[in-house]
Design a protein around this ligand. Sequence first.
Ligand code: AMP
Length: 281
Amino acid sequence: MRVFDNVDELRAWRDPCRAAGEKVGFIPTMGALHAGHLSLVKRAREENDRVVVSIFVNPTQFGPGEDFEVYPRVPEADRALLEADGVDALFLPPVEAIYPEGAQTGVTVSGVSLGLCGESRPGHFTGVATVVTILFNLTAPDRAYFGLKDYQQFAVICRMVKDLAMPVEVVGLPTVREPDGLAMSSRNARLTPDERETALALNRGLTDAEEAWSAGEREPAKLEGIARAALAAAGIERIDYVTLREAETLAEAVGAGKAAVLLIAAHVGSVRLIDNRTFRT
Ligand code: AMP
């Protein structure tokens, strides 16, 4: 595996791949890798000639008072996992390689960025869309892989790629969970054992609501109430949102016969967790 911290060297590796007609799959990450990330790597391996992973804890997608400083950083362990999984190139840029001095340009997606995490984390999706654009420009992938655990992020990236005619195929893959149902997240490493137990309530709430949906319940307030009850039973008080949306558009009204997605963002101790479940008709 080649490891680059430098844009010129990355390009010098990337350009001949392109000239040779090789397809490149790209997975942007913030590191502290787990099986969720590796599921994206695996799919990229299957579908492309070359796989590039980036690890960059992007300062512009964290708000003041968020967890940028304490976000888990384990580059050596990450590197070993990626090497073992047959990744061709790892891009580990310093901040200056991504944001030139005096940078003044950002990418803002409207509509789909506005509610949910866009509301509880102002500026977050502009940070995400901007860094993903820069990383796409640097790695020039044919395909890019994202997890549906970050459901709204995936919707934002799809919208951006479409609106700006970016020549990248965006692939979204299902959430990988721990055996007890907790959605894998780099932030789980920051949970105490008790908090980790409490955090199971997110998946429990989604599962309870899914059962109600399967039994025919379609009233958003009822489904949201079921999920909220699971959070309350676990003692989770700081909830950013529990909301049922149309799966495709994230619109508040779910059209008859349309798939829905129930999305949760809640704080367990000092850790903000998100999870979601898609309900099909
Ligand atoms: P992050 O390192 O948190 O920025 O995540 C990098 C990519 O991995 C994003 O596309 C995430 O949606 C995806 N990802 C994170 N956790 C999971 C998971 N549990 N299952 C599948 N994909 C995930």
